[in-house]
Design a protein around this ligand. Structure first.
Ligand SMILES: Cc1cc2nc3c(=O)[nH]c(=O)nc-3n(C[C@H](O)[C@H](O)[C@H](O)COP(=O)(O)OP(=O)(O)OC[C@H]3O[C@@H](n4cnc5c(N)ncnc54)[C@H](O)[C@@H]3O)c2cc1C
Length: 254
């Protein structure tokens, strides 16, 4: 039961992230500051593009886990992927949702803080998804426990990530970091968050490179590079941030 409610937390977090992104991109397309639309300003485009990448990575991981859960009813390899990826995704996506929603609030400035906009509600909602059904530490310890008790599930997870090996050198480095973290038994419990973060980044990268929009995958891999910025809005100039932001903007049908 807990596996399903943890997947539910991932679905809700991904939905909050998409809603926050829709609010931010819509606002930026219409609000003028310093003589231009916010959405035309290069730095705002970088922030919106980065939020769009985060949202898409979260949704892709969530959908992959959902498929593994469904297929796992009859397929032991899929069940293994689901066993590990549910805990990894619950940890990572639910944590990232809170960070992303607050950045989206900032895109609206003061209007994103006051209760007239929807964003304060998203901001209040996000943390509970990381807390209930097991807090972050519990998810990370669950990954360690599953790796020991059900090693075949960890093998299935690693094999899933490796399906994207060779597609991008930055992703290859992320996969290597994940394998090094998993292979290091020393103080595994103390390092559990770092290890699970490596697993989440490698899996999201693999899914995007394999099945995602190529521009989103490229931006995600740029974030995997050593020395990449830690805040949203630090994508390098090689990324077409304007196109990514525009792609994420919701369009209302007539
Ligand atoms: C709004 C709301 C509704 C809820 N509804 C339900 C419900 O309907 N049914 C239900 O059964 N429960 C429900 N809960 C409970 C929820 O599942 C728990 O609050 C949640 O799992 C965290 O457990 P806890 O509160 O006992 O915190 P604790 O277990 O005390 O955890 C506190 C902190 O310690 C950390 N921690 C715990 N153990 C370790 C360890 N070994 N190593 C390192 N860190 C550790 C945790 O990660 C967390 O950060 C609800 C909670 C909320 C907030």
């Amino acid at each position: 039961m807990v596996a399903l409610t943890r997947l539910d937390c991932m679905i809700e977090s991904s939905a909050l992230m998409r809603q926050a992104l829709a609010q931010a991109t819509h606002h930026a397309a219409h609000r003028e500051a310093f003589g231009h639309k916010l959405g035309d300003q290069p730095l705002m485009q970088n922030v919106l593009a980065d939020l769009a990448v985060e949202s898409e990575a979260a949704l892709r991981l969530t959908m992959r886990v959902a498929r593994a859960v469904e297929e796992g009813e009859s397929d032991p390899v899929a069940a293994g992927v689901a066993r590990i990826a549910t805990a990894v995704g619950k940890y990572w996506i639910c944590k990232r949702a809170a960070a992303m929603v607050t950045e989206a609030q900032e895109c609206l400035g003061g209007a994103g803080y006051v209760e007239e906009s929807i964003l304060p509600r998203l901001y209040r909602e996000a943390p509970v998804l990381a807390i209930w059904e097991g807090c972050g530490n519990i998810q990370c310890l669950d990954v360690l426990r599953a790796a020991v008790r059900e090693p075949e599930s960890l093998e299935a997870f690693v094999a899933e990530v490796r399906t994207a090996s060779g597609a991008d050198p930055r992703l290859d480095s992320a996969i290597a970091r994940m394998e090094a973290a998993l292979g290091n038994a020393e103080e595994a419990e103390r390092r559990a968050r770092s290890t699970v973060e490596c697993m989440a980044l490698a899996l999201q990268g693999a899914l995007l490179v394999r099945e995602g929009d190529p521009r989103v995958a490229e931006a995600y891999c740029a974030r995997l590079e050593e020395g990449a910025g830690r805040m949203f809005g630090t994508l390098p100039p090689s990324i077409d941030a304007a196109a990514l932001a525009e792609r994420a903007r919701p369009r209302l049908s007539a």
